[in-house]
Design a protein around this ligand. Structure first.
Ligand code: AMP
Ligand code: MG
Length: 474
């Protein structure tokens, strides 16, 4: 790796220098060959023992300057002035052959000054889950953190049970969270906010300028991101401000899940008792998180913060139109519509309402509309039959038949998503020493739009014993 560590050059108060804590017996779970290639790295080299040692935290590679980042955050709406990397260590920033800058972070690498009561560790379950889901999101075209490697530690992690320890190598365009800005805003540290703003602009929005420019770009990127989530039936599950990325990428895969049967109020996370982060609440929460970023940036927008409120508020008000426009664009594409018509929202909502009533599987219904046989997804097929003529008429107005639209629809409606029961099965097998199901799922999720009708992993419905609840990735 070729390191150039801009974060480590920030003032020392913005992080804590911390080497990973070595583990007993590093063992390889996976190296991601597709991401390695993008980063200009040789996956075969990364699978050798000296690199497995790096991914386990037993060896610090040349040029790395390990550190834990400081951040704060609102968790379920409640303010926590100090969170920070309690189980993650940023090794440094790798510069790829194309000049792209990649944060390389070990998640589960031992205690840091931000660990509070935690052990700084992760077990195999959440490591495999984040690896599979983040890479699936990337293959589905969603901006996200990535997974370069997963290793076992040979150590036991104590949760509800004794579990095998693991470390995930998370790679990202940065780890700048809304909570990073909040940490310094709460301390009145305007200089740190200025440095973070410059870094966020350089890394994510090089064509924008100033704090207001950053806010505008972050709001627009967040609106696009949430619309993508909605169009895939993805529920993040913990949209706390420390898990809201200023660069508009998906970060922190904890109790996330994809919808099985469509329902706008669906919640999977065991700790989200009030449904704050339910599927349909995600746009509202995203703009709430952006409002927290805006309030951090006020002193940089205008020397008189009162004068900054009006332009910042105007930018925040732009979220609604941006997200609505992106949502419409996404769902139009899902229905194979190439043009925009006033009635499209009603057409799309008409389908979604019927899906909710008919307990139709979100992914399978849209894929079946692209392949035929969607009626079978509905408890009462008549519900779909009443809607389909409206859709066909709308396509006809574009001069197309459903068959002609279906090719384009298959490129945006996935045949496979990382369903909870599949992830759970892959984890269970991995804990028992069999990585076969993990590998099969990883390979299938890398090509989510392929038809491959013989592949039993593709488009299989959730079984009766499907997972109905997910847990935080600790
Ligand atoms: P998360 O739920 O992943 O968003 O994490 C929230 C906060 O808890 C972050 O500050 C984490 O670093 C911290 N945290 C979560 N799990 C652990 C752990 N096992 N040890 C130390 N800190 C942790
Ligand atoms: Mg987090």
């Amino acid at each position: 790796m070729h390191f150039d560590n801009s974060y480590a050059r920030l003032p020392e108060r913005m992080f804590s220098r911390q080497d990973p804590v070595a583990v007993v017996a590093p063992g390889l779970i996976a190296i991601n060959p597709r991401l390695a290639a993008e980063m200009g790295l040789d996956p075969e080299v990364l699978a050798r023992p000296d690199w497995v040692d790096v991914f386990a935290g037993n060896r610090v590679p040349d040029g790395a300057e390990p550190l834990a980042q400081a951040y704060a955050g609102h968790q379920f709406g409640g303010w926590v002035p100090q969170l920070g990397d309690g189980r993650a260590i940023l090794l440094g920033e790798h510069i790829g052959p194309d000049g792209r800058r990649w944060d390389v972070q070990l998640k589960g690498a031992g205690r840091t000054m931000f660990s509070r009561g935690g052990d700084g560790r992760a077990w195999v379950g959440p490591v495999i889950r984040e690896y599979l889901v983040s890479e699936a999101m990337h293959a589905l075209g969603v901006p996200t953190t990535r997974a370069l490697a997963a290793v076992t530690t040979g150590e036991v992690v104590y949760r509800e049970a004794r579990l095998p320890g693991a470390v995930l190598t998370r790679v990202a365009s940065s780890h700048l969270r809304v909570g990073t800005f909040q940490f310094f805003a709460a301390r009145g540290d305007t200089e740190a906010l200025r440095l973070l703003t410059d870094m966020a602009l350089a890394r994510h929005y090089p064509h924008a300028e100033g704090a207001l420019g950053l806010l505008g770009q972050a709001v627009a990127a967040q609106a696009r991101l949430v619309a993508r989530w909605m169009a895939l039936g993805f529920i993040h599950g913990v949209m706390n401000t420390d898990n809201a990325h200023v660069g508009g990428i998906t970060i922190d895969y904890g109790p996330c899940a994809f919808l099985d049967a469509y329902h706008p109020g669906r919640v999977f996370s065991s700790i989200d008792r009030s449904g704050r982060y339910a599927y349909a609440n995600q746009p509202q929460i995203a703009v709430w998180n952006m409002a927290q970023l805006a309030s951090c940036l006020l002193p940089l927008i205008d020397a008189d913060p009162n004068r900054a409120i009006e332009p910042a508020t105007a930018v925040l008000h732009g979220f609604e139109a941006a997200w609505q426009a992106e949502w419409l664009a996404q769902f139009r594409a899902k229905l194979g519509l190439a043009t925009a018509d006033e009635g499209d929202r009603a057409l799309i909502e008409g389908l979604l309402d019927r899906m909710a009533d008919g307990e139709a599987d979100f992914t399978r219904t849209f894929r079946a509309l692209a392949e035929g046989g969607a009626e079978a997804e509905f408890r009462d097929p008549a519900a779909l039959r009443a809607w389909e003529p409206l859709w066909h008429a709308r396509l006809a107005a574009e001069g197309r038949t459903p068959e002609q639209a279906q090719t384009a629809m298959r490129a945006v409606n996935p045949a496979i998503i990382p369903r909870n029961h599949r992830i759970e099965a892959a984890i269970e097998a991995a804990v028992a020493g069999d990585l076969g199901p993990f590998r099969a799922l990883e390979a299938a999720l890398a090509r989510p739009f392929d038809a491959a009708p013989d592949d039993p992993l593709r488009a299989a419905p959730a079984p009766a014993e499907a997972v109905h609840q997910t847990f935080c990735g600790t």
